[in-house]
Each structure stands twice: as structure tokens, then as C-alpha cells.
Design a protein around this ligand. Structure first.
Ligand code: ZN
Ligand code: ZN
Length: 338
């Protein structure tokens, strides 16, 4: 079976590896219906997060269960399922509290950019769709594996409420779905920060009311200007750089909240700056498993269409091209078909 393997920066190969098999009684093996490249895959691809050995890539997936281990109870062969990038038992104290990505038994799911995938802790991790989905729903279902749930968590962590003013830092797939999430949660005004025309257009389609093209101090000044000099009630930080984090902190009104979901890279927060900002910070790896049933229902009833973030679809054997397209920002997000 072939899988996308990162060998070195900018060197992704689609190569043969042993096919996944059940190794634990709690495992399932699924046949991938669709997978994709994540913004976080670009950190090792660009050499920002070094790898020490050739690494099978991909952690976003949906597909049909082919085989289950002897202890698996809730997931059956033939079901169409979606799961998070972290496998979780969904029974421990952290899972019960809604933080499945901090599950006491969590396992990172890797190697999803392939035809088949082993998913550990299948009962806790996978959620089945009511039926085999029609093809046109698959892109939206795939987003529930990470980006849609991550955008939703950013909005939830930033306490987005009906009528409130929201600012979104980052116009990648997560930022755009943060806009969709804020809209769905009833935000009154949604300010998307983007300087990229196609992304601005999608942000507006998802519910953005204002677009800010400036960045850094100018971006902060523009948000202040749009909010009577106080800042937004809720800010979603969906990038993970020093600049984006500071932009988020200084775009939030005193007493407001920030949901940060961009994986931080070399971000340092100064205690005194944070102290005087008077904001709440909550974030981390999104517990997408918590939101899966609710978001699945919204997609299934066609109330949201997060699959629109895929503006490029390629056969899986052209995975190297998929990385290039996202690295150069030619594509927002690339869907891969095995
Ligand atoms: Zn991802
Ligand atoms: Zn757990």
C-alpha cells in the first residue's frame, strides 16, 4: 500500500509501506474515502519543525470501516466513519470534561494520506454517519476530522455569543471555518483579517461582515477603529506566530476572550503585556471529537458547507503537488482522493 512520506523539507514521496492491520483489540482499519493536507503538515514540510526520520503524513480522514478488533463494540464493518487526529477513549476524566485531545490514553493518528488507515481506540474515536453519505457531502464530512472542529473550538474558546463582535486572525482553512463557526453561533459582526482575494470572498460567503487587510500594528489599529477603540469581544487566533498572537491579544477588548488554535511556533508572551491586556486566553489542540456529533448533524442536514474550503482536488498519487499548492498559498486546502 502506498502512503505519503515526508523525507526532508519539500520532499514528499508517495511510496510503498506495509498495509495497516489490527494490532490492538481496540483498533479499527478503515478504507479512506478522502483525506487532505493540513496547514500543520506545512511546518515539517517547510523544515520549521524538523523530522528525525522519514515520516508517513496525514491525520485528517473519513472512510469505511473494513475491519475491527475483538474489543470494538460501537463501530461496525461497512459503516462510514470520521475521527479526530488524536485517538481518544472518550471515557477518561479528560475526555468526559470535553478535552479528548488531552485523553489520558490519546494516540496521534498518522499516515492518513494513504488508501487505508489504522485507527486506535476505535470506539472512542470514530463517529459513524447515519448512512453511507452521498459523494457531494464527503468534503464537508472530511473537515470534521480537524479543520471544522478546530475553527469551532476557536470560536467556542473565544466565547462567541449571539450579537457579539468577533475578529478572526488567519485566513487559512481553520480561520475561514472560524468565521463560519462564529456565524453559526450568532455573532453580530465578524471581522476577517485577510489580504488574499479568494479567501476574502469565501470569508464573506461564510459570514464575515468586514475584511481587514492590514497586519501587525496597522491591523490592530484597524480593528480598534472598527470597534470604537476597544477591540473585539472574541478573537480567534488561527495562525500560531508571534505576530498573529500579538495581533489577537491587542485586537481583543478588555474582558474579551481569545481562542487560539494555531500551533505556536517560537511564540513568547510577555507577562506584563498580558497582565495589562485584561483578556482571557484559551486554546490548544482542538477537541474535535467533542463537537463531532453536533457538527455531523449540521453537515448531514446541509445547514453548513465547510467543504467549500477545498479549492483543489487531486488524486492521492499527486500528493507532492498538493503540498506545493498549499505551501505557495495557491490552494486554501487540497483534498486527496485515494
Ligand atoms: Zn490537521
Ligand atoms: Zn480519554
Amino acid at each position: 500500500m502506498r502512503v505519503a512520506v515526508l523525507h526532508a523539507p519539500k520532499d514528499v514521496r508517495f511510496e510503498d509501506r506495509p498495509a495497516p492491520a489490527i494490532t490492538q483489540p481496540t483498533d479499527a482499519v478503515i478504507r479512506i474515502a478522502a483525506t487532505c493536507v493540513c496547514g500543520s503538515d506545512l511546518w515539517p514540510y517547510r523544515g520549521v519543525s524538523p523530522i528525525d526520520k522519514p515520516t508517513p503524513m496525514g491525520h485528517e480522514y473519513c472512510g469505511v470501516v473494513e475491519e475491527v478488533g475483538s474489543a470494538v463494540r460501537s463501530v461496525k464493518r461497512g459503516q462510514f466513519v470520521i475521527g479526530s487526529f488524536f485517538a481518544s477513549d472518550n471515557t477518561c476524566r479528560n475526555c468526559k470534561a470535553g478535552y479528548q485531545t488531552s485523553c489520558q490514553h490519546r494516540e496521534l493518528v498518522g499516515g492518513a494520506q494513504s488508501g487505508r488507515l489504522r485507527v486506535p481506540l476505535a470506539d472512542g474515536t470514530l463517529v459513524a454517519t447515519p448512512d453511507i453519505p452521498p459523494d457531494d457531502l464527503i468534503p464537508s464530512l472530511l473537515t470534521l476530522s480537524d479543520v471544522m472542529g478546530t475553527g469551532w473550538f476557536a470560536a467556542d474558546a473565544a466565547s462567541v455569543k449571539p450579537g457579539k463582535t468577533v475578529a478572526v486572525v488567519g485566513d487559512g482553512a481553520v480561520g475561514l471555518l472560524g468565521v463560519l463557526s462564529a456565524k453559526q453561533m450568532g455573532a453580530g459582526r465578524i471581522i476577517a483579517m485577510s489580504r488574499h482575494e479568494t479567501r476574502q470572498k469565501l470569508a464573506r460567503e461564510f459570514g464575515a461582515t468586514d475584511i481587514v487587510t492590514e497586519r501587525g500594528d496597522d491591523g490592530i489599529a484597524r480593528i480598534q477603529e472598527l470597534t470604537d477603540g476597544v477591540g473585539a469581544d472574541s478573537v480567534l487566533e488561527c495562525v500560531g506566530t508571534q505576530e498573529s498572537m500579538m495581533q489577537a491579544i491587542h485586537s481583543t477588548r478588555p474582558g474579551g476572550s481569545i481562542g487560539y488554535v494555531g500551533v505556536p511556533h517560537d511564540v513568547t508572551l510577555k507577562g506584563d503585556e498580558l497582565f495589562f491586556a485584561h483578556v482571557r486566553l484559551h486554546g490548544g489542540p482542538a477537541p474535535v471529537r467533542r463537537y463531532l456529533p453536533e457538527l455531523l448533524d449540521l453537515v448531514w442536514k446541509r445547514k453548513i458547507n465547510p467543504g467549500k474550503v477545498f479549492d483543489l482536488t487531486l488524486p492521492l498519487d499527486r500528493v507532492a503537488e498538493a503540498y506545493q499548492a498549499m505551501d505557495t498559498r495557491r490552494a486554501i486546502k487540497t483534498l486527496l482522493q485515494p
